[in-house]
Design a protein around this ligand. Structure first.
Ligand SMILES: [Zn+2]
Length: 460
């Protein structure tokens, strides 16, 4: 997790500028992704698959950046600049020149099929990429506002004699959208004489009528039934998003990530470990994965401890069973009892040596606090929470930290090839509670229930 922070805060900012200004191929993005993955997991295979770590923590992810969505989102800023009247940069003329036959700025209002066709016509790789990316976000026009803002020209929905048309004279007079040829009070389409009178455009009667006739019937009916001048105040949703106060790249990153995740199958986006734990007969938290996955993050700020519980949840903590499977050692037996395979659940709970520690510890905990925690694997391995109470994770964060520390102590003992002892555990708790106590905002409140415990460092 520390390494992911390094990638997010140090490595990614280095490439932001390049991703923003240069066209980039799928292969280049894959290579970049590989560099980051190798850095995070070292030369070992990734412990948790990429399609999971890019998700939110409650879905078992770590909010790690998906490079492809990130690169798409960064480039959106160019569309924002193009559509902004305040921005008068010179580079805009390059785009207007390149897109002069496809509607210039009105092209950003097209629906997906039309945009994809336009992307094919544009030769410049940078703009081609940007238009295709934008097409991914767009949709079939449904609402009255969507329809009023549909471009008149180059629109696959408005084919004149089977192919979308383009009339330079309309564009140069800024007649770009369906609403431009409406009488804004009545919502009726302008008749040719009215149109002529208003715009003084050099467009033949036949062409104008052809255009009117090609507008889809469903749109006309919708406009007829629902037109209201306020419908014009609402621009199509992705154009609206460009104007929102939040950072453009952030909003569009979420959009692109959502599109990417939606395309994944359940198999691809569900953490592998969920199936493993769900299949164990003692496991009774099948409905609570969102809470389980969030718990380490509300329990502690310590990266190491969070990571430790994250690895338990994802069933990727290194134990003898796992090391044996990847052929690093010759026996998978438990470090403590030498008689059973050392799986995570065996090591941290079912092993008689570990169970003895738990029993001893729970006696101390239950006799000196309000808690009555049973010696059973669900709570002890995944944490204590009341699934009917949303605040339960926060109000029990001290308890969950203590439970996490017991597991961590057992694991540390295993790594040192020591049998865990209760004296060792109490010292370990005392030390780590001190660290937490000094780092949280209202330690008194958080640790109130523990003030009578013998392992609690602060006595009255
Ligand atoms: Zn054992």
């Amino acid at each position: 997790m520390g390494k992911m922070t390094v990638v997010k805060t140090l490595a990614l900012p280095q490439v932001v500028h390049l991703l923003r200004v240069l066209p980039i191929s799928q292969k280049q993005l894959k290579d970049l992704e590989k560099i980051f993955t190798n850095f995070i997991w070292g030369d070992k295979p990734a412990l948790v698959k990429k399609d999971v770590i890019i998700q939110s923590t409650e879905n078992g992810g770590l909010n790690f950046t998906d490079i492809v969505s990130f690169s798409k989102a960064l480039k959106i800023v160019w569309i924002k600049k193009l559509l902004s009247y305040q921005d008068r940069s010179d580079w805009k003329f390059v785009f207007f020149y390149l897109s002069k036959n496809v509607g210039q700025n009105s092209l950003w209002y097209q629906d997906r099929p039309s945009l994809l066709k336009i992307a094919k016509q544009i030769k410049n790789v940078f703009w081609k990429e940007l238009i295709s990316n934008w097409a991914e976000l767009n949709y079939t026009p449904v609402s009255i506002s969507d329809i009023l803002y549909m471009p008149l020209l180059h629109n696959g929905n408005i084919p004149i004699k089977k192919s979308p048309k383009y009339y330079a004279s309309l564009v140069s007079n800024e007649i770009c959208f369906v609403h431009d040829i409406l009488n804004q009070n009545s919502g009726q389409f302008l008749e040719f004489p009215e149109f002529k009178k208003r715009f003084n455009v050099d467009l033949h009667f036949i062409h104008y009528n052809g255009l009117l006739q090609s507008i889809p019937k469903v749109w006309k009916t919708k406009i007829n039934n629902e037109y209201d001048i306020t419908a014009l105040t609402e621009e199509p949703q992705h154009i609206e998003l460009l104007n929102s106060k939040e950072k453009t790249s952030k909003i569009f990153y979420k959009k692109y990530l959502g599109i990417y995740l939606d395309k994944l199958t359940d198999e691809q986006n569900t953490p592998t470990a969920v199936r493993k734990w769900n299949n164990l007969d003692w496991f009774n938290l099948k409905e609570n994965w969102n809470i389980i996955f969030s718990l380490p993050f509300s329990t502690t700020k310590g990266t190491k401890l969070r990571e430790f519980q994250y690895f338990i949840n994802h069933n990727v903590l290194y134990t003898n069973s796992k090391l044996f499977k990847i052929k690093k050692i010759t026996s998978e037996n438990c470090t403590f009892c030498h008689s059973k395979p050392e799986t995570i659940e065996h090591l941290l709970f079912f092993c008689e040596k570990s169970k003895a520690i738990w029993n001893n510890f729970l006696n101390i905990l239950n006799s000196s606090t309000i808690y009555n925690i049973q010696c059973e694997p669900n709570v002890l391995l995944f944490g204590y929470f009341d699934n009917s109470d949303n605040n339960s994770a926060v109000s029990n964060s001290a308890l969950n930290l203590v439970l996490l520390l017991v597991k961590r102590f057992i694991y540390v003992s295993r790594c040192k090839d020591n049998l865990p002892t209760i004296e060792g555990l109490l010292k370990f708790l005392n030390y780590h509670i001190k660290i937490d106590y000094q780092s949280v905002k209202s330690p008194n409140k958080k640790w109130y229930s523990f003030k009578n415990c013998q392992f609690f460092p602060y006595k009255d």
